[in-house]
Write a protein that binds this ligand. Structure first.
Ligand code: AMP
Length: 177
């Protein structure tokens, strides 16, 4: 087995791409972390260690990099995995929630039968920036009557204060900038 890395060393596997997808954005590219077996396992281990034993029944991933993390964490927790997707991508009956962008709004959707009252759901995404996407995703889970038992990210861009949008929900990030 590949040796596990310290969480602090994971920053070495995150690459900054300036001006992507548009000018002025420093994009945090996690593909080096995903392709390194030790780094990927360390990240998944850290999430699993934090949430195991907490009765998590479902792990929700936000499209699309959130899916890669959510499914691995779900397997480790013995939980199921549910997708939260951009508008128009889910085939069955959906609920949607919108959030503000710099210009205009966007929305995310969840299947109406993805979770039910009493389910404890862990929400995962790669990056929290302004927090709008994660807040909309939490609202969807809660509209289904389920409980957001935690919100976890690989990376938090703290200077954007996204966690303030998530209110009293429990937030965890492996790497902060
Ligand atoms: P926000 O709603 O502003 O918190 O944006 C979060 C969503 O946008 C996540 O799904 C991220 O994958 C993506 N995102 C926002 N900013 C960045 C960034 N600087 N680098 C990589 N992904 C980002």
């Amino acid at each position: 087995m590949t040796p596990t890395l310290e969480t602090k060393d994971l920053t070495k596997f995150v690459r900054d791409i300036p001006d992507f997808p548009k000018k002025g954005i420093a994009f945090k590219d996690i593909t080096p972390l995903l392709k390194d077996p030790g780094a990927f396992r360390s990240a998944i281990d850290a999430f699993a260690a934090r949430y195991e034993g907490r009765g998590i029944r479902l792990v929700a991933g936000i499209e699309s990099r959130g899916f890669l993390l959510a499914s691995a964490v779900a397997l480790r927790l013995g939980a199921g995995v549910i997708p939260i997707r951009k508008k128009g991508k889910l085939p069955h009956k959906t609920l949607s929630a919108s959030y503000d962008l710099e210009y205009g709004t966007d929305s995310v959707e969840i299947h109406a039968d993805a979770a039910a009252r009493g389910d404890k759901v862990l929400l995962i995404d790669d990056v929290i920036a302004t927090g709008g996407t994660a807040r909309a995703a939490c609202e969807l889970i809660e509209k289904l009557g389920a409980e957001v038992a935690g919100v976890a990210f690989l990376i938090e861009l703290s200077f954007l204060k996204g966690r303030e949008k998530l209110g009293s929900r429990e937030i965890f990030a492996l790497i902060g900038y």
